[in-house]
Design a protein around this ligand. Structure first.
Ligand SMILES: *Cc1c(COP(=O)(O)O)cnc(C)c1O
Length: 482
C-alpha cells in the first residue's frame, strides 16, 4: 500500500484542475461578496459526517471542497476586507506553499539547502529592520508564537538564575513584565505559559494617543523593585491592534538599558513600516529592541502561517532552547552535519518550509514593491481619515497614525448607549450586505467601526465605497431609530 496515486496521469489532471480553479478564484475575488454567511445546515453537514471508513476518492472530496468550503471563508482575501489584522495571501505565495509542501522539507536543520533559504530570509529581514549582523532569528507560525518565543529568551536572559534548570518555582524573586494596557492578548497567554503568571504582567496606562505612558512605567518598575521583585522585560508595541499606535520605543530602550531589562517589541504588523524609508520614523527606536516579533502573513501579505522573530543576542536565543539529545546530535558528515540548528532556536522540532514563500516573494517582487504596498495602505488609511473628517455624520474615535482608522456613525439626539447599539447594528448590516468587512472595537466606551489596511488588493475606490455604504446604512438605521 502507498498514498501515491495509482495513476499518475489522472492525478496530474486533477492537480492541474486544482491550480486552475484556485487561480480563477483569486482572479474573480472583486466580483464575489466580501463575505457571505454559510447557508443553513452547512456547518452541521460538515460536522455530522461520520468517520469515513470507505474511500470516497480524491475527485469526490475535491468536489465537496469546491461546494462546501471554498465559497465560505471569512472574506480576508477580498479587496474590501478590512477586519482585524488579517493578511490576504498572494498567488505566488500559494504556489510557493505548494512547492514547499511537495518538497516536504524538514526544517529542524540538517545538511540540505532549505535551511540556507530560511537563514537568508531572516538575514534580509534583519537588514531591513536595521538590526546588526549576528542577530539571530527564526520563522514561526505567527506573531503570538514569535512573541512568546522572544519573551522566553527575555525571561531566561534576565531572571538572574538558571530558569532552564530550576524553573520559576520556589523561593525566588518575583519576575515582572511591563506593557501598555493596549498590548495584544498574546502577552497574557505568554506570561501564563512561561510560568510568570498573569499578575506579573503590569498593564501600564496609555496616554491619549494610546501609547504607553513612560512615566507611569518608570514608577511601576520602581515600586516593584522596592517590593523586592525583579523587573525583567518591557513589551513595547509597534502598531497596536486597536488603533495602530506605536510606543515611544527610544524611551523604552533607554529605560531598559538603565534598568537591565529586556525590550521585546511586538511589531506584528507595524514593524514592517520600517522597510519604507518614508514610514520608518513611525516606528523609530525599533532597531534598538533586544527582540522583535512580526508577522509576514499580515503586512507582507503572504499566506498563513509565517512570522519572524529577531533576537539581537544570538547566544541568549540559542541557550534558551538548545538541546543535546544523542539521537539528533550533530555529526561531522552526512545528512545531519551541522545539527538541528533551527530546532535549537525555538520549541518546535519538526518545522515546515515556510521560508520558501518569503524567499520567492522577496526575490520575485523586490523590496520596493512591498514598501510601496505598505505605503499605499497607510495612504488609504489617511484617505479614509480625511473622508470621515469632512462627513458630519461620522466621527473619528481615535487618532490614525498608521493603517487603522476607528470611527462611528453619529445620529442627532442619540445617547452614547443608543449610538453604540446603532453602530453595532451598522457593523452587522455592512458585513451581511457583502459590501465590505470592517471589524469593530470599543474606544473610551464608544462602539466603533475599525478599518485596518493590510490588504494589497484594496483600491482607493473601495475606500470611497466603504464610506458610501456606511453612510447609506447608517442613514437607514438613524431613520429607523426615530
Ligand atoms: C495579530 C497580532 C498579534 C498576533 O499575531 P498572530 O499572527 O495572529 O499570532 C500580536 N500583536 C499584534 C499587535 C497583532 O496585530
Amino acid at each position: 500500500m502507498t498514498l501515491d496515486p495509482e495513476n499518475w496521469e489522472e492525478f496530474a489532471r486533477l492537480a492541474h484542475r486544482m491550480v486552475d480553479d484556485m487561480v480563477d478564484h483569486l482572479r474573480s475575488l472583486p466580483d464575489q461578496p466580501a463575505w457571505q454567511p454559510m447557508p443553513a445546515g452547512l456547518s452541521d453537514r460538515i460536522l455530522d459526517e461520520p468517520l469515513p471508513t470507505r474511500p470516497q476518492g480524491e475527485e469526490e472530496v475535491y468536489e465537496q471542497f469546491l461546494r462546501d468550503v471554498l465559497p465560505y471563508p471569512n472574506g480576508n482575501l477580498h479587496p474590501r476586507f478590512y477586519g482585524w489584522v488579517q493578511g490576504n495571501g498572494t498567488p505566488l505565495g500559494m504556489m510557493a506553499d505548494m512547492l514547499a509542501s511537495g518538497m516536504n522539507a524538514h526544517l529542524a536543520g540538517f545538511n540540505q539547502a532549505p535551511p540556507s533559504v530560511e537563514l537568508k530570509v531572516i538575514d534580509w529581514l534583519r537588514e531591513l529592520l536595521g538590526f546588526p549582523e549576528g542577530t539571530s532569528g527564526l520563522l514561526l507560525s505567527g506573531g503570538s508564537m514569535a512573541s512568546l518565543t522572544g519573551l522566553a529568551v527575555a525571561r531566561n536572559a534576565k531572571a538572574g538564575f538558571d530558569v532552564r534548570e530550576e524553573g520559576v518555582q520556589g523561593d525566588k524573586p518575583h519576575l515582572t513584565v511591563y506593557g501598555s494596557s493596549e498590548t495584544h492578548s498574546w502577552a497574557k497567554k505568554a506570561v501564563e505559559l512561561l510560568g510568570l503568571g498573569n499578575r506579573a504582567f503590569r498593564r501600564v496606562p496609555v496616554k491619549p494617543d494610546f501609547t504607553l505612558d513612560v512615566e507611569a512605567l518608570k514608577a511601576a518598575v520602581r515600586e516593584d523593585r522596592e517590593a523586592g521583585h525583579r523587573p525583567i522585560a518591557v513589551l513595547g508595541t509597534a502598531g497596536t491592534v486597536n488603533t495602530g499606535a506605536t510606543d515611544d520605543l527610544d524611551a523604552l530602550a533607554d529605560l531598559c538599558a538603565a534598568e537591565n531589562m529586556w525590550l521585546h517589541v511586538d511589531g506584528a504588523f507595524g514593524a514592517l513600516a520600517a522597510i519604507s524609508p518614508r514610514l520608518r520614523p513611525l516606528v523609530k527606536g525599533l532597531e534598538r529592541a533586544d527582540s522583535v516579533a512580526f508577522d509576514l502573513h499580515k503586512w507582507m501579505y503572504l499566506p498563513f502561517e509565517v512570522a519572524c522573530l529577531l533576537v539581537r543576542d544570538g547566544e541568549a536565543h540559542r541557550s534558551t532552547f538548545s538541546q543535546n539529545a544523542s539521537y539528533i546530535s550533530a555529526l561531522d558528515r552526512g545528512t545531519i552535519a551541522g545539527g538541528l540548528f533551527l530546532a535549537d532556536l525555538g520549541v518546535e522540532l519538526t518545522r515546515g518550509f515556510k521560508a520558501l514563500k518569503v524567499w520567492m516573494s522577496l526575490k520575485a517582487y523586490g523590496i520596493g514593491r512591498f514598501s510601496g504596498l505598505i505605503e499605499q495602505n497607510v495612504d488609504q488609511a489617511q484617505y479614509l481619515e480625511k473622508l470621515v473628517g469632512v462627513e458630519p455624520s461620522l466621527e473619528l474615535t481615535a487618532p490614525a497614525p498608521m493603517n487603522i482608522v476607528c470611527f462611528r456613525y453619529l445620529a442627532d439626539g442619540l445617547s452614547d448607549e443608543k449610538l453604540n447599539d446603532l453602530n453595532s447594528e451598522l457593523l452587522f448590516r455592512v458585513q451581511e450586505s457583502g459590501a465590505a468587512v470592517p471589524s469593530s472595537t470599543v474606544i473610551d466606551g464608544k462602539f466603533c467601526l475599525r478599518v485596518c489596511f493590510v490588504n494589497h488588493r484594496t483600491r482607493f475606490e473601495d475606500v470611497d465605497d466603504l464610506v458610501s455604504v456606511v453612510l447609506r446604512i447608517g442613514g437607514e438605521l438613524s431613520a429607523e431609530s426615530k
